[in-house]
Design a protein around this ligand. Structure first.
Ligand SMILES: NC(=O)c1ccc[n+]([C@@H]2O[C@H](COP(=O)([O-])OP(=O)(O)OC[C@H]3O[C@@H](n4cnc5c(N)ncnc54)[C@H](OP(=O)(O)O)[C@@H]3O)[C@@H](O)[C@H]2O)c1
Length: 301
């Protein structure tokens, strides 16, 4: 099968609460420019809209976004709204609140609990919806997230939000949130070539609680918000060559092999990369290949 004929269905399905999603989704942060935020050149609007529409055609029904994903002239939420509204019934849009950027893109003080309603309403306005499917509290280094998460739980009770998640958390924060309201997903930085004991523990905890684990920077790795590096470990390159796929696809496949509750949200503004990323959901890695890749993650290779 060529990448173009493989759809997100091949990656399997997971439920975010009562909302089924394919395990290959799309991160919207890269639709706004060549690097995240104001770091790169703003994207071509028609190209980003085409990527979103192609993603849905390829079966992607989980898009990850935020009102603070914008470059000088592009907004991720505006692009999603323009490309996809009226939204398909099965499309799940997950957004995040907590961080704040002013109109020039500078990072400001993160939200106080009572300001989170405004953050939720900004997402509703930009996406053109009357409720949000999934909202993550993106922790901003608070020791306790109880007050912030409690504020979001009230907005969920009020019907503005269907399901809640938490992002950039440690196990203690997840435990705090679970005392307050159901958590359907945890979104943390987690990648093949980054040893990460906290991430490994969260991955395990999420599996035990039936919570989705949603890694970010799974392709970009150490490059983070900058453009992904071309350099890859030998193991990743060798295994990619053996499957006739790209290193990025192996990174996504390894991510999905970490458990049925792991969802991929690789970000791209490139239509060819989108097709590759969707096709990565059909890759099956052998036990030997996984052992070799796991050694990169544990730092024992
Ligand atoms: N919760 C948080 O704090 C947080 C933080 C960061 C991101 N996120 C979310 O997580 C999503 C994923 O993170 P991300 O987009 O920053 O990073 P990523 O998915 O790890 O990697 C994106 C980078 O990889 C490139 N890329 C993607 N597919 C590729 C392919 N098949 N071949 C070669 N290069 C490829 C992209 O460039 P091209 O555009 O050229 O393909 C971009 O430079 C974001 O979109 C966002 O929704 C959340």
């Amino acid at each position: 099968m060529t990448p173009e004929t493989i759809t997100a269905d091949a990656s399997g399905t997971w439920k975010l609460g009562d909302l089924p999603v394919h395990r290959i989704g799309l991160g919207a942060m890269r639709l706004t420019g060549s690097a995240a935020f104001h770091l790169g050149t703003p994207s071509d609007r028609a190209r980003s809209i085409a990527v979103l529409r192609r993603a849905v055609e390829l079966g992607v029904n989980h898009i990850d976004t935020a009102a603070f994903y914008f470059s000088a002239t592009r907004s991720a939420n505006e692009l999603i709204n323009s490309a996809l509204a009226p939204y398909a019934d099965d499309l799940v849009i997950a957004t995040k609140v907590g961080p704040f950027r002013d109109y020039s893109g500078e990072w400001g003080t993160s939200a106080r609990p009572e300001q989170l309603r405004g953050h939720v309403e900004e997402n509703l306005r930009q996406l053109g919806r009357d409720h949000l499917d999934v909202v993550y509290l993106r922790r901003m280094r608070q020791d306790s997230i109880a007050e912030h998460f409690g504020a979001l739980a009230e907005l969920r009770e009020a019907g503005l939000i269907r399901h809640l998640g938490v992002s950039d958390v440690e196990p203690a924060h997840l435990a705090e949130a679970l005392e307050i309201a159901p958590v359907v997903c945890v979104q943390n930085r987690y990648a093949l070539d980054r040893p990460d004991a906290v991430g490994d523990e969260l991955l395990r905890l999420c599996a035990a609680h039936g919570i989705a684990f949603v890694p970010f920077y799974a392709v970009a790795g150490e490059a983070g918000p900058h453009a992904a590096a071309d350099a890859h470990d030998d193991a990743v390159r060798d295994i990619a060559r053996a499957h006739g796929v790209s290193p990025a696809q192996i990174r996504i496949a390894w991510t999905l092999h970490q458990g049925p509750h792991v969802l991929a949200i690789a970000g791209t503004g490139n239509p060819d990369h989108l097709a590759e990323n969707v096709a990565a959901g059909a890759l099956r890695l052998s036990a030997d290949e996984l052992t070799r890749l796991d050694a990169l993650h544990t730092g024992t290779s």
